[in-house]
Write a protein that binds this ligand. Structure first.
Ligand code: HMG
Length: 432
């Protein structure tokens, strides 16, 4: 039986800031953010957008674009590390907003940026086990990354959601479920205490943790692959991948990751003046950089970052790589990581052509650094402060799902009627 991705879609906030402008406002050389970190723009969630509205927006686009019958979804998981409640999962809010079937297993997963990957892996195993009985799994990665104004992490913020349909009738990629590599280790590289809306990171250490996890997960993948394909021993295993996709907290991180992957093949780390560095740089440009375009315009979306890069790859290079294999690496701080691979399917180009990423990104509005800061000021930084109703915020541009504020300790959402659709079955009333 084949299992893989049948469809993929994404949503981003309506606003973004330009990285050069952010750098100037922080008295920093713009090249540090654009070249040093590799970011061009940073998505900014308004007070009317949260993890729920972004997740619902991504999934609604997927359902509308591909005419998915909501009753065909038997498993629905939201992976997030920026949930809106300690008890009620984001998935329940979204389940209601989308009007999904009640005969559906619904829950939320958390492990930093690995949360959605855990959902995809669980969905894949669910299908392979035969328990899906023809039903599909909807997995959404949704997050808002916040480190705070003026912190080292600020230029690596972002927000967005990716929705994916996993089934036994994949049209985009088929997972090579027989080959997997995991790595887990207790490290304190990045965390967000339950009282804080903003994350803390031991930034440079987190980069080392990410790279160690990549080596560890790839090593297990390689052992797994070679035990099933002993004839492949001796060659650099990464050569079987037409593209190498990584978790992307900022696009320069993918460059560091690819260097590490190739070093695993060389069997040693390369010195800065090693002549093989030219080969590494060219290989990065060919097999990694083309799928980092959207990430550079959105920033870190935590659980969805790897899958945003996958969307980019499928849209821009899927047609040229049919039948070829790609690698995917997911990293979640704390830490858990997974290295796996997938084969690009012939229907990929036709499916991806139905929702160009430019249509989604071009709807965004650029705001000044001052406006971004004032939007942040309207959000509570500590969870002891319940958010006030925000629907009266004048002039805020919103998507189809709107967080209208919290009243009586309940989060309230509105569904904006769009096209031929009226209010979704689970839509709640606006805050009074
Ligand atoms: P920093 O210390 O401000 O930056 O923080 P830096 O001094 O390391 O400079 C960054 C790069 O810019 C360097 O490049 C500089 O050389 C370069 P590198 O040497 O690394 O290749 N640079 C310049 N380039 C051109 N022109 C210039 C210039 N100046 C400097 N003028 C850091 C950077 C990433 C640490 C910070 O932003 C941070 O703490 N970010 C948050 C943590 C993070 O993203 N970690 C990534 C790995 S962990 C992960 O991915 C998990 C995560 O997604 C969370 C989860 O799992 O849930 C974060």
């Amino acid at each position: 039986m084949q299992v893989g991705l049948e469809a993929i879609s994404f949503d981003v906030p309506k606003y973004y800031v330009d990285m050069e402008e952010l750098a100037r406002a922080r008295q920093t050389e713009p090249a540090k953010f654009t070249l040093g970190l590799g970011q061009r723009e940073m998505a900014v969630a308004s007070p009317c957008e949260d993890t729920v509205t972004l997740a619902a927006g991504a999934a609604q686009r997927l359902i509308d674009t591909y005419d998915i019958d909501p009753t065909s979804i038997g498993l629905f998981i939201v992976g997030t590390e920026t949930a809106v409640d300690h008890s009620k999962p984001v998935s329940s809010h979204v389940h209601g907003l989308l009007g999904l079937s009640k005969q559906c297993r619904v829950f939320e997963t958390k492990h930093a940026c690995y949360g959605a990957m855990a959902g995809v892996a669980m969905a894949s195993d669910w299908v392979l086990s035969g328990r899906a009985q023809g039903k599909k799994a909807l997995i959404i990665a949704s997050d808002i990354a916040r480190y705070g104004v003026g912190t080292a992490g600020e230029p690596t913020q972002g927000a967005g959601a990716v929705a994916m349909l996993v089934s036994d009738t994949p049209k985009l990629v088929a997972f090579e479920s027989q080959y997997q590599g995991y790595y887990s280790s207790e490290v304190m590289d990045f965390w967000r205490p339950t009282y804080s809306k903003e994350a803390f990171a031991d930034g440079h250490y987190s980069i080392q943790c990410y790279l160690d996890a990549l080596s560890g997960a790839f090593s297990m993948y390689r052992d797994n692959y070679l035990s099933q394909n002993p004839d492949a021993a001796g060659g650099a295993l990464d050569k079987r991948f037409a593209a190498c996709l990584y978790h992307v907290p900022f696009t320069k991180m993918a460059k560091k990751a690819h260097q590490r992957l190739l070093e695993c093949g060389f069997g040693e780390p390369l010195a800065k003046d090693d002549p093989r560095q030219a080969e590494v740089a060219a290989d990065f440009s060919a097999r990694v950089a083309p799928a980092l375009r959207i990430n550079a315009q959105v920033g870190n979306i935590y659980t969805g970052s790897l899958f945003l890069s996958l969307f980019d790859f499928l849209e821009s290079q899927g047609a040229d790589n049919v039948g070829k294999c790609i690698s995917l690496f997911s990293y979640g701080s704390g830490c858990a990581a997974e290295f796996f691979s997938a084969e690009v399917l012939p229907t990929c180009a036709q499916v991806m052509a139905q929702q160009p990423s430019a249509d989604i990104l071009n709807q965004r509005v650029k705001i000044s650094v001052e406006d971004y800061e004032s939007m942040l000021m309207r959000l509570p930084r500590r969870i002891s402060m319940p958010p006030r109703p925000v629907i009266r915020s004048v002039g805020i541009s919103v998507g189809p799902f709107i967080y209208t504020g919290t009243s009586e300790h309940k989060r309230r959402y509105l569904v904006k009627p769009h096209q031929d659709k009226t209010e979704a079955p689970g839509a709640q009333q606006a805050a009074r």
